[in-house]
Design a binder for this molecule. Structure first.
Ligand SMILES: [Zn+2]
Length: 245
C-alpha cells in the first residue's frame, strides 16, 4: 500500500516514457502494489487465477467450522466469504468483488502478498529457506500465506489487537530438534503457534473456529498448555479441553 503514496510521482515519470493512451489506463483507485492486481470484477460463476487469488485473501471468512476451497471457482462458498469480508470492513455486502473490495485487499497486503500484520519470517521456526519439510519449499510458503490471511481475518475480528506468533514452518530436522510429532502440520507450512497475547489462549482457540482453521490445539491438549496451534488439515480436529473445545 505504500506504493499508493508514490503513484503521483510514478505517473509523472511514466508520462515521459509511455503513450498518453497507456497512461490514461492507470486508475489510482484500483492501482495495487507489487503483489497482485485484479483486472475485472469477480462474481459467482467466474473462474481463474484471479478468483484463486481472491479466495486466498478471504480464506479467513468461511464461517464457523468452514474451510474455503482455493480452487479458482467462484461458487456460493466464495460468495459467502466475500460477503463476510465486506461486512467485516463496512463495505457494501453483495458478495461481488469489485473496486471497493479490491481496494481494501490492496490496503491489507504487503508487496510480498502477505497481509500487513504477518510476515513469512515470523512463520518460520528455524530460519530455514522453507525446504526440507513434507512438501516443496514453494508449497510450504504458499500454505503459510493462506494461514496468514486467516490470521489477519481473526485479528480483525478480535479488535485488531496484535496476535503473538511464535513460529510456523519446520523442516524435518527442525521439527525433530523441537520435539514435534512426525505428522505435524508444521512440516507443511500451514501450522502457526500462537502466544497468549492480549487475547488469551482460550479466546484465540475459540475465535480460530470461525476463520478456516480445521486444526486447533490448545490448553488441555497434550503439549499445548503454553500455546495455541492453528493449522489446516483434511478433516477437522479441534482440541483444547481446558477451553471447552
Ligand atoms: Zn504447533
Amino acid at each position: 500500500m505504500k506504493l499508493r503514496f508514490v503513484l503521483p510521482v510514478l505517473a509523472l515519470l511514466s508520462a515521459v516514457v509511455v503513450t498518453p493512451a497507456a497512461a490514461a489506463e492507470a486508475d489510482p483507485v484500483t492501482a495495487a502494489d507489487a503483489c497482485y492486481t485484479w483486472g475485472r470484477t469477480l462474481s459467482q460463476g467466474a473462474s481463474g487465477e484471479d478468483v484463486r487469488q481472491l479466495q486466498i485473501r478471504v480464506a479467513g471468512y468461511p464461517g464457523y467450522g468452514g474451510v474455503l476451497g482455493l480452487d479458482g471457482q467462484f461458487g456460493p462458498a466464495t460468495k459467502a466469504a466475500v460477503t463476510r469480508f465486506q461486512q467485516a470492513y463496512g463495505l457494501g455486502a453483495d458478495g461481488i468483488a469489485g473496486s471497493a473490495t479490491f481496494s481494501k485487499l490492496y490496503a491489507l497486503q504487503d508487496n510480498d502478498c502477505t497481509p500487513v500484520n504477518f510476515s513469512y519470517d515470523e512463520l518460520n521456526n528455524c530460519n530455514s529457506d522453507w525446504s526440507g519439510g513434507k512438501v516443496s519449499a514453494a508449497t510450504a510458503r504458499a500454505n503459510a500465506l493462506v494461514s496468514m490471511w486467516k490470521l489477519q481475518a481473526m485479528r480483525h475480528a478480535m479488535g485488531d489487537r496484535p496476535i503473538d506468533v511464535n513460529g510456523g514452518f519446520r523442516s524435518v530436522s527442525c521439527n525433530n530438534a523441537v520435539g514435534g510429532s512426525t505428522g505435524s502440520r508444521h512440516l507443511y507450512g500451514d501450522a502457526v503457534d500462537l502466544g497468549a497475547g492480549p487475547q488469551g489462549f482460550c479466546a484465540l482457540a475459540r475465535q480460530a473456529r470461525n476463520h478456516g482453521f480445521s486444526e486447533i490445539l490448545g490448553p488441555g491438549y497434550t503439549g499445548h498448555n503454553d500455546h495455541v496451534h492453528v493449522a489446516h488439515r483434511s478433516s477437522r480436529f479441534w482440541s483444547a479441553p481446558s477451553c471447552g473445545i
